[in-house]
Design a protein around this ligand. Structure first.
Ligand code: ADP
Length: 189
């Protein structure tokens, strides 16, 4: 054991009984049930998951990083083995400050694959000890992306059941949409 470690800053998620830690990075703009499903399934394999929200000035986001952090913290408040954090800059630099050895990413379609493959390869070339684990989307959420959720919500479409209720409310606030119940049309009203 090296000496002089007493003063070393605590790493995110550091704890003697921490076990296996995975990092799940992304924009989460906003967080969807697709993301939550990946977190849930990652917890079947890892002891802790760090949901790391990218604070990327290059990428225009609907929700500020503070808003995304606040939403995720509320959503995971009863899940002690999930840590919500944000990071700026290179993911590999952020990962180095944590106890995680594995990056988790979700894969929806072959269109996700090329970008993810490049990113995973780049991250591995920046840090050879780092692996990326890909988790296949669930059949219920393969069509869910933050982008389409925002597009549908903006036009007043129903997104209930695809994102947590808190996110539905926040999207309605953003787009200044009324909180009325959807009027049913058709045979079942
Ligand atoms: P990024 O801008 O980093 O892609 P996202 O928030 O869009 O951030 O996505 C974060 C991760 O979650 C990505 O690996 C993405 O493929 C995955 N993901 C997003 N939506 C789904 C979904 N419905 N099912 C499975 N994985 C998903």
């Amino acid at each position: 054991m090296s000496r002089g470690n007493e003063m070393a800053p605590k790493k995110e998620g550091e704890d003697k009984n921490m076990g296996k830690v995975a990092i799940y990075p992304g924009s989460f703009d906003p967080i969807t049930y697709g993301h939550l499903d990946i977190v849930e399934r990652t917890l079947e394999i890892f002891d802790k998951v760090i949901v790391a929200i990218a604070d990327n000035a290059e990428k225009r986001s609907l929700f500020s990083v503070e808003e995304r952090l606040q939403m995720a913290k509320i959503i995971f408040k009863d899940t002690p083995n999930v840590i919500v954090d944000s990071f700026k800059g290179l993911l590999v630099d952020y990962v180095a400050k944590t106890n995680a050895k594995v990056i988790v990413r979700g894969l929806r379609a072959t269109s996700d694959f090329e970008y993810e493959f490049h990113m995973a390869s780049m991250n591995r070339s920046l840090n050879t000890h780092l692996d990326t684990l890909f988790m296949m989307t669930s059949k219920d959420y393969f069509f869910v992306s933050s982008r389409t959720i925002k597009e549908v919500a903006k036009l007043g479409g129903g997104i209930e059941g695809l994102v947590p209720d808190l996110v539905v409310r926040r999207l309605k606030e953003k787009f200044k949409l009324p909180f009325t119940k959807k009027k049913k049309i058709g045979w079942d009203d």
